[in-house]
Structure formats: C-alpha cells, structure tokens
Design a protein around this ligand. Structure first.
Ligand SMILES: [Zn+2]
Length: 425
C-alpha cells in the first residue's frame, strides 16, 4: 500500500511538473512572484522518486495588457493611449577592463554599449520613474478595415494607474565571436535551479556562471525582486541575427566549408539552445529578426534580402518560432524612406510575416502604415553616444534617467562628454 501511495504521489508530482514546465506555454497556471504562490505541489510533498528530479521551476504568469481587468489586488488598471516608450540595448559590458583595453573594438563598444553598472542604474531609474514593461507584441494587432483589408491597429493598454508602459528590446543577442574576448558573456545557459544564467570567462580566464553580468539575467533578477516592474510578465524582445548562431550557440551553417562533422555539431548546438529558448519564452521574453547576416536593408538588393530572409527563417525562425517583429540592422530603412513609401523590399518582408519594423531614432516614434498592414517605429538607444551627448541629446532621455548620473566615466575611455555638468547647469 505504501509503495502504491508513493507511486501515486510521484505520478502527481510528475503531472504537476509537466503542467508548469516545458515549452512556451502562454499562460502558466499559477501566480508569479512570492513564495506564498507555490500552490502547485501538494502540502504533503512526497519523498522524491528514484529517477532524477527536474528542477522545480517557479511558476511564471504572462498576461495581456489589452484586457480591461478593472481593479485587482488593490491595483487599478487604466487605459493608456499615449506613447509606448521603447528603449533598446546591445549586449552589455561585463568586464570594462577587457572592453576598453584600447584595441580596435574599444571605441565601437564605447559608442554602442552600456556597462553592467550603467545598465543596473538605468533599470533602477526607469523603475523609480514609474515605467512598467510591456511586450512589443501587445502594442499593435492585426485587424481588418472597413473594406475588409488587413490593417494594423494600436491596442489600448490597461496599465496600473500612475504607471507608464515601456518596451525593452535587445539587439544582437548572439554572442558574436569578436565579443567573447572583449568583456562580454559567452552564452546563456540553464542552471540546475532551472533559471537562466550566463556563462563566460573573467579577465583572468576563470569560468564564471552569473546572473549579474548579462542584460537578460539582470533583468530577470530585477523583475523577480520588483514584480511590479512587469505587471504582465513581459521582459524584452531579443533581436537575433543568424550568422554566428543565437544566444551563444553556433546554430548557423557556413557556405564556405561544410561537412558532416560540422553539421553534427550544429545540430547538437540546436538541441542545446532549445531549452534556453523555451525557458526565455516561459518567463516573458520574446524574439524578433535582425536579419541573418546583419545586412544593411538600405543598400541590399531585393535578391539579397530574399536569400537572407530565407536563411534566417531556416536557421533562426525554425528554432524560435514565427515572429512579426523586424529590427533593422544599423537602423537602416529599406527602399529609401519606408515612412513615406512602401517599396519592394518592405513589401517582400511584410509578405514573410513581419508587421512591426523597428529602426532607431530620437524618440519612440511610431506610425501605422495605411497602404500595407504594417507598423514602423523608432527606438531610443541608451549607449555611449547618447550618454556622452549634448544637453539636447541627454534631454531626449531625461524622462528615463539623467545620463550624467548613469555614465561611468571611470571605466570608459577618455573621450569627453558634450553635456553641461550638473554643478554648472
Ligand atoms: Zn545590430
């Protein structure tokens, strides 16, 4: 009898693990956040069975801000029809002493990246100023107009009263070869606790597994500690190229040299990254395309864009699933001006399923196109260029943070700043 009970309880445990774990569930069953919410397993939890136990994942709830839920747990959700702000980051610098060592990459990293310390301060500042995260996929939807033509529409978001919605996106979350020796983490991995961690080497060459050195794990941790920063469970949108694989896994092909051994290794990398993708999706991360080859859409032929898109779908889309989001590499718009016209490259990309086309700019501009079912939008870019910028430039960011409080001039190269110091302003 005892044996049967144990078996039964073991089965129950297995079932409950299956229900809350696994892949890409849009609505995991229980409440996120505090310990009190762990109602999944029975109080009389059985001794673990003989077989190896899966890590017990903290349940994680993802919900839609487009639902008018009224007042829940003392929080009143009110409609937001204003601008949904959008900030994007590149991989962040874990070890400034490696990044800013004066080699040929140093100035580029200084221009386009922030350090871990700066990123931490930015998160704290936007949180303190009342921003809450929303998923870019929730901001617009596909609908049909009066003539039955497909059209994108802006959704009303219901946001906790007094808060402001904010999208985060992250470009080039690929862990390119050139970055590995230059002060960045090497890849995302799954810890024995079932959480996402980063793997890398410190300046002395020691292996480091951490949650404090990578933009993804830092945001995960920040949301665990400040659940009200993400009332709907959203994290950020990871913008991926394909030419050196994704998330630190070399899932790409190479047309120059290819053989069975390379293909076998590639397939192994594909298998290894799948649980990472599943866990990221389960915990509020979504994905977008950054083209396979980081190609400049302003100067590429339609044929090149077609070949590149097919390869992205084959090698990246096949792993992460369909996405309606395209992040322009270099912020370069196709066909001249995609704001004023819709050219052949834009049309082709839209036919491939992309609906939201994101560039880079000085505000969170967005425009619903009327001649085709698509949205174009800009993102602001916290990085060295804007942290060092003029009073006008840092003014564009003043609703999020004061750049003068964020920039870490002690670790960055000595390249000057354009803003007026606080004491003089
Ligand atoms: Zn890029």
């Amino acid at each position: 009898m005892r044996r049967i009970t144990t078996l039964f309880l073991a089965l129950l445990l297995t079932l409950s693990l299956t229900a809350c774990g696994g892949t890409a569930q849009p609505n995991p069953p229980a409440q996120t956040g505090d310990d009190a919410s762990q109602t999944e397993t029975p109080d009389t939890a059985p001794e673990p069975a003989e077989e190896p136990e899966e890590p017990q994942q903290e349940p994680y709830v993802i919900s839609s801000p487009t639902v008018d839920r009224g007042t829940v747990d003392g929080v009143t959700y009110v409609p937001w029809d204003g601008v949904v702000e959008h900030l994007f980051f590149h991989p962040i610098v874990a070890y400034p002493e490696l990044a800013f060592d004066g080699d040929s990459q140093a100035d580029g990293i200084d221009d386009w990246m922030v350090t871990v310390d700066e990123y931490d301060k930015i998160l704290q500042s936007v949180y303190d100023r009342g921003y809450v995260l929303v998923d870019i996929n929730d901001v617009w939807s596909e609908s049909t107009d009066a003539n039955g033509q497909p059209v994108m529409v802006r959704n009303t978001l219901y946001i906790p009263e007094g808060k402001k919605p904010l999208i985060f996106s992250y470009d080039d979350v690929n862990y390119y070869d050139y970055m590995l020796k230059d002060g960045f983490t090497y890849k995302l991995i799954l810890g024995e606790d079932g959480l996402i961690w980063s793997y890398g080497l410190d300046p002395q060459g020691n292996e480091v597994i951490s949650q404090d050195l990578d933009a993804v794990t830092i945001l995960d941790k920040f949301v665990r500690e400040h659940p009200d920063f993400s009332p709907f469970g959203a994290k950020g949108s990871l913008s991926l190229t394909g030419y050196q694989g994704i998330l630190g896994y070399r899932t790409n092909t190479d047309t120059k040299v290819w053989n069975d051994e390379l293909e076998a290794n590639r397939l192994k990398e594909c298998e290894a990254v799948k649980p990472i993708i599943a866990e990221l999706k389960r915990t509020g991360w979504t994905f977008g395309s950054h083209t396979w080859g980081h190609i400049n859409l302003a100067s590429s032929s339609l044929e090149r864009v077609q070949a590149d898109t097919k390869r992205w779908m084959d090698e990246v889309g096949s792993l992460i699933g369909p996405t309606p989001i395209l992040y322009y590499p270099h912020g370069a718009r196709p066909d001249g001006d995609d704001v004023k016209q819709t050219g052949p490259i834009f049309k082709y990309l839209q036919e491939q399923g992309f609906r939201v086309f994101a560039s880079v700019g000085i505000s969170s501009y967005s425009k619903i196109k009327t001649d085709i079912c698509a949205v174009i939008c800009d993102r602001l870019h916290p990085d060295g260029t804007t942290l060092r910028g003029s009073d006008k430039v840092i003014g564009w960011y003043s609703q999020f943070y004061d750049a003068r409080d964020i920039i870490d001039l002690d670790v960055r190269p000595n390249r000057g700043v354009k803003w007026t110091p606080k004491s003089a302003s």
